[in-house]
Design a protein around this ligand. Structure first.
Ligand SMILES: Cc1cc2nc3c(=O)[nH]c(=O)nc-3n(C[C@H](O)[C@H](O)[C@H](O)COP(=O)(O)OP(=O)(O)OC[C@H]3O[C@@H](n4cnc5c(N)ncnc54)[C@H](O)[C@@H]3O)c2cc1C
Length: 436
């Protein structure tokens, strides 16, 4: 029988304990220099860059400031990409594959740079990313990809057999793993809170619970109709990622939103979290729809994510489902209660690339395919530099062809089929077998 919690599960993210959602401004101005729709990492990174370059910036969000995915994610900071190095090399040539991976690495470094430049207190630690593989096929293809990255870019990695893996993660559910020593994690709530603090200190104006309804004019002056009146702005940036709506239909047709889910245990006794992940790596397995697990930054609890893009359910229900997976994956947690179960929206794209750019005079940066912590930071800044007309804004991800498919407007009718296919491929892995 399914084990039930004695205490009710909190549907707010674990991260909000240390980084509560702030209260913004109630009124909106009718004029802005640069107006940003969305108030997550992308918006903050762009805003800080613009403010430092003398521009005035107003951020609006339909909800509370920072309450999108930026304060809901797992906090992994990685240079992972949906296309393997070999695939990129085959399709675009070696030089391109190297260039793109260098930029992915730059995106990780951009997080470190913000943290160092502004002395952000957000528990950024590069203690290693552990990637358990459920079988020898996954293990070998992971090794091949990492070997290429090491050869061409010098990115370090180490392959671990099952017994070595068990010194890293208290489970016998995997065949082996790769360890990438220079990647890690952050406290996403604190990261966003600190970025917001910097932006406010530079003069950012933030307006919460203001939904942008329509772009009335995208000419020299952009006019945006919102739930609290019309705002005219010289420049308009859309930083709405998984929450992108029909405000700019061209963009919405290119974005595939999906839900991601996480849980956090209550504080665990007797250094249990350290026993489970002794070297405090951030862990993500190699399934098509992966499980990801990490210690909380204070080392007191364990967080797990999975069941991405599965049918929506109450946070209580999802929490129990994820708890079942957690306890099968990590049997030491058998008696643990779940304190938080939450969800957030991510977005993918049809070519599985993140995209930043300008279309019909409107700037955008989104479609991060689950790496929005580094990519939102990196492309938010790049986007702002482009807006400022600066050469440093150059990136492979700016204004590249942004595909869609015929008849797709808003409803991602194909998503359940794609994830069913992933399920099919994942049969025999913990991500599938422990879930169903
Ligand atoms: C559970 C989960 C785990 C994840 N784990 C990781 C991870 O470990 N590492 C990683 O790199 N990435 C991860 N991600 C993805 C990452 O969180 C996102 O890619 C990133 O936060 C996107 O930031 P953003 O600023 O672009 O958008 P968001 O932070 O999502 O903000 C978008 C905002 O736009 C607002 N908005 C949308 N439309 C309108 C409108 N019309 N008017 C006004 N406001 C509007 C929304 O209200 C929202 O607040 C995860 C995501 C989730 C949900």
């Amino acid at each position: 029988m399914e084990e039930r919690n004695e205490t009710p599960i909190n549907s707010n993210p674990y991260w909000w304990n240390a980084a509560p959602i702030p209260v913004g401004l109630d009124k909106v101005p009718n004029q802005a220099d640069v107006l940003i729709v969305g108030s997550g990492i992308t918006a903050m990174s762009a805003a800080i860059t613009l403010l430092r370059n003398g521009r005035k910036v107003t951020v609006i969000d339909q909800n509370k400031i920072g309450s999108g995915a930026s304060r809901r994610n797992a906090g992994y900071v990685s240079r992972s990409f949906k296309h393997s190095f070999a695939d990129l090399e085959k399709k675009h040539g070696l030089e391109y594959a190297i260039k793109l991976h260098r930029e992915l690495d730059e995106s990780v470094k951009s997080v470190q740079e913000f943290v160092d430049t502004y002395h952000l207190d957000c528990e950024l630690k590069f203690l290693g990313r552990l990637m358990p593989a459920p079988n020898s096929k996954h293990f070998q293809s992971l090794e091949q990809d990492l070997a290429k990255q090491k050869h061409h870019l010098g990115f370090e990695y180490q392959m671990l057999d099952k017994s070595e893996l068990q010194t890293e993660l208290a489970t016998d559910s995997y065949y082996g793993a790769a360890l990438i020593p220079d990647l890690g994690g952050i406290h996403p709530g604190k990261y966003h809170a600190e970025l917001l603090k910097v932006a406010l200190s530079l003069g950012l104006e933030v307006c919460e619970e203001v939904k942008a309804l329509e772009i009335c004019s995208a000419g020299e002056t952009k006019q945006v109709n919102t739930t609290k009146g019309i705002i005219s702005a010289k420049e308009l940036i859309l930083a709405t990622n998984g929450y992108t709506d029909l405000l700019f239909p061209w963009l919405r047709r290119r974005i595939i939103p999906f839900d991601a889910y996480m849980i956090a245990t209550e504080d665990l006794p007797n250094q249990l979290a350290q026993k489970i992940i002794p070297h405090n790596r951030v862990v993500i397995d190699t399934s098509h729809n992966p499980l990801f697990v990490r210690q909380s930054p204070d080392g007191k609890s364990i967080l797990l994510g999975g069941l991405t893009a599965t049918k929506q359910a109450s946070s209580e229900e999802k929490g129990h489902h994820l708890a079942k997976i957690l306890k099968r994956l990590l049997p030491d947690l058998e008696g643990a209660s779940i304190a938080h179960s939450w969800t957030g929206k991510c977005s993918g794209t049809f070519d599985l690339y993140p995209h930043a750019g300008q279309h019909e005079g409107i700037y955008y940066s989104l479609g991060y395919c689950f790496v929005g912590v580094p990519m939102g930071t990196y492309l938010g800044k790049k986007l702002a530099l482009n807006l400022l007309g600066k050469n440093e804004g150059k990136t492979l991800f700016f204004n590249r062809k942004f595909p869609t498919i015929p008849f797709y407007k808003e409803n991602p009718w194909f998503l359940s089929t794609v994830f069913k296919y992933y399920d099919h491929l994942d049969k025999g892995t913990p991500a599938y077998d422990f879930a169903y």
